[in-house]
Design a protein around this ligand. Structure first.
Ligand SMILES: *Cc1c(COP(=O)(O)O)cnc(C)c1O
Length: 369
């Protein structure tokens, strides 16, 4: 099948399970007459999600995930539990999706922006260690962000937390299917339609720390702990409904198939980029899958390449923009040296990537690059 040159190529087209696939789960809601408050479908989804992730990382079984209504609130809840009391700043990478900064602010903290590593596009313990002495005061927590679904370096951050006492929370929003390890430090994931494991809106927190999970779950339901309707923690309502859980269960039913498809599409781009001056994120396609496939262009090739993409009606996106400090809502937050962010952010370009993209369309994209 050849590609019609007048037909634009979209950058992302999410696809969730069909109504037929969700229907059996909806019937279970009708039968049970339970619609929210950790009903049977939410419990099953929390359990199956943890089982799915544990099986993928080939590790011991995980406690059920704490479910939230979206990924942003998962980060907020984890921070509310973990951030050190009496401290103001939460360190986050300047280069992230802006949701990270919102979650930090909603948890009552001020984002303090740090640079990212040019290789991984992520915060590293070395970057934080270098910044610590120049901070106005010690931080309450750190949010380490997985770049577009790349697996975070869990062991390094466990070591860092053990040495410094600064709690680490992972914004692994796009990484639920690519996590390679899960310890006590919470992994907050997004199940938004545009993520690999997308269910519309949804989020989850994975961790091996049962006491943390218990408190985090209490926070998602007004801080009620135990059977008594007594609010023990300040939280809110972050719960997903049973209808959301129904979609989530249907998503898990076809997850492996979707991952295989995304891998074959990613592999085609990876092969086409081999030997070219276009850099890709380490391991993408081979080790982990994403819905926001990026090319990292040499700085002098960005503008001409974008012009060619526009000319050929190939949609592209800077998924994370140019850094949190460039958004008006966060232009007043403090930050450290952001030299790498300033250099690399303009060069990271999301290219068309979705399950129904054809090899012919991918060929057109690669020619334009
Ligand atoms: C998608 C995303 C979020 C937000 O998740 P939502 O489910 O949309 O709230 C947060 N951080 C990163 C890095 C993301 O990619």
């Amino acid at each position: 099948m050849s590609h019609d040159k007048n037909e634009p190529i979209p950058v992302l087209r999410p696809r969730l399970p069909s109504a037929e696939c969700i229907l059996p789960y909806l019937r279970r809601i009708d039968d049970a007459g339970i619609y929210s408050n950790y009903g049977p479908l939410a419990r099953e989804f929390a359990d199956r999600l943890a089982g799915y992730v544990a099986a993928k990382i080939d590790g011991p079984s995980l406690p059920p995930a704490v479910l939230t209504c979206n990924g942003t609130s998962a980060i907020e809840v984890a921070l509310r539990v973990r951030a050190l009391a009496g401290r103001r700043y939460c360190l986050i990478p300047a280069y992230t999706f802006i949701a990270t900064a919102h979650a930090v602010a909603n948890a009552g903290l001020t984002p303090y922006l740090l640079d990212v590593d040019a290789g991984s596009l992520m915060l590293t313990p070395a970057i934080v260690s270098r910044a610590l002495p120049s901070l106005p005061e010690p931080p309450a927590a750190i949010v380490v962000v997985s770049a577009f679904g790349a697996p975070p370096a869990v062991a390094e951050w466990e070591k860092f937390e053990a040495e410094t006492g600064i709690p680490v929370v992972f914004d692994a929003a796009a990484a639920v299917t690519s996590l390679e390890a899960i310890g006590a430090q919470p992994q907050c994931v997004s199940l938004h339609a545009t993520k690999v494991l997308g269910m519309g809106e949804g989020g989850a927190i994975l961790s091996r720390d049962k006491a943390f999970l218990k408190q985090a779950e209490a926070l998602t339901g007004f801080g009620f702990s135990g059977a008594e309707r007594k609010s023990v923690y300040r939280g809110g309502n972050y719960r997903p409904s049973e209808y959301a859980a129904a979609v989530g269960l249907a998503v898990l039913d076809s997850m492996d198939e979707k991952l295989r498809l995304l891998k074959s599409i990613a592999d085609r781009y990876v092969q086409a980029c081999a030997g070219k001056s276009i850099r890709l994120q380490d391991g993408v396609g081979a080790r982990w899958q994403t819905m926001t496939f990026n090319v990292i262009l040499p700085p002098d090739r960005v503008e001409p390449t974008l012009a060619r993409l526009d000319e050929r009606k190939i949609e592209w996106r800077r998924w994370w923009g140019l850094g949190c400090h460039t958004h008006p809502a966060f232009s007043d937050v403090p930050y450290g040296d952001l030299a790498t962010t300033a250099t690399i952010a303009p060069c990271v370009i999301g290219i068309p990537f979705f399950d129904r993209i054809t090899p012919a369309q991918q060929q057109v994209v690669m020619e334009a690059l």
